[in-house]
Design a protein around this ligand. Structure first.
Ligand code: SF4
Ligand code: SF4
Length: 309
């Protein structure tokens, strides 16, 4: 009789292990998201309360400023008004992270994503209806991000300023202007933000899926990212369990072999999959083999040196 049986404890089943892993991954992600959102709120409040101290504004903490100034910078060699060097540094950091882990910024860091996740959870508690667009509608709506990106880049170039700042839900919420220095100029941004937030209670991550211009940039870069969620078609049983938790509506069970570039790296599909090895977050096969063979070589070295002693 095993010690667990003799003390009357039940052995954890595979399903229980999976559930624990899901909860752990979700907890780590939520803590990370809340940490970044808290930091941005703290920075914005400090900027508002200590305006004479030179504390950075939330505009300076947005990597999208680097995208907005791109055309001006390439054509004239200057930055558009209010773009801060920190925007460029953040833009570069986000670019590198996108090439490594795709859109994980959206799933783990962006505070607007965190707000949408919170509203979605609230809406489920309130049992509000949800709308899951069909595959065709979804595909068409996703082009919305590229339309917004083109409009924003064009308008920023023509006006020579951060044009999107007046309408961007991220800046509208997290700049805290609505709290500390209300003016009528905020009305359009507040209305847009309210509509987006309300709609994201009915369509999960609506802003990220269909409207975010930074998301459009990530989707393009995500195609070249090193680490991607990969499905092993030999071990996958086509149970489709992995499709249900995806916050951006990707049909993970049809990935052949990588999920599409809209993935925000939340890892929910990975922790839901009941078949070991069917879904992995991994680099392409040749790099994967290189990593495994170098890890094997290190292990062999350790074993050999252990034997020699
Ligand atoms: S494909 Fe998986 S990791 Fe990517 S967003 Fe969907 S559930 Fe998350
Ligand atoms: S949950 Fe795993 S086994 Fe089931 S369809 Fe998705 S990848 Fe395949």
């Amino acid at each position: 009789m095993s010690p667990a049986q003799s003390t009357g404890q039940r052995r954890p089943t595979k399903a229980m292990h999976r559930l624990r892993q899901m909860k752990r991954t979700t907890l780590v992600r939520r803590v990370t998201q809340l940490g970044f959102a808290g930091f941005v709120v703290f920075a914005a409040a400090r900027h508002q309360l200590e305006s004479t101290s030179g504390a950075a504004s939330v505009d300076a903490l947005c990597p999208f400023g680097a995208v907005e100034t791109l055309i001006t910078w390439v054509t004239t060699g200057t930055l558009i008004a209010k773009v801060h060097p920190s925007n460029l540094i953040l833009g570069l950091a986000v670019l590198i992270s996108a090439l490594l882990v795709g859109n994980a910024f959206c799933g783990w860091i962006c505070p607007l994503g965190t707000v949408q996740d919170g509203l979605w959870a609230l809406a489920r508690k309130l049992k509000l209806p949800q709308w899951r667009p069909g595959a065709g509608t979804d595909r068409v709506l996703r082009y919305g991000r590229f339309v917004v990106l083109a409009v924003v880049m064009g308008a920023s170039y023509v006006t020579g300023r951060l044009w999107f700042a007046d309408y961007d839900p991220y800046l509208t919420i997290f700049s805290l202007h609505w709290l500390f220095e209300w003016s009528d100029a905020l009305i359009v941004g507040v209305v847009i933000t309210a509509v987006v937030l309300l709609a994201s209670m009915f369509v999960e991550r609506l802003w990220c899926r269909y409207l975010c211009p930074l998301g459009a940039v990530f989707t393009v870069l995500g195609r070249f990212s090193l680490f991607k969620i990969r499905r092993d078609t030999n071990t996958c049983t086509d149970c489709t369990l992995c499709d249900r938790p995806c916050p951006v509506g990707i049909t993970v069970s049809k990935a052949d072999p990588v999920v599409n570039a809209d993935c925000i790296g939340c890892l929910d599909c990975l922790t839901t999959c009941p078949v070991k090895g069917a879904l992995t977050l991994a680099p392409p096969m040749p790099v994967n083999r290189l990593i495994s063979s170098s890890a094997r070589a290190d292990r062999d070295d350790v074993v050999m040196s252990g034997k020699g002693r």
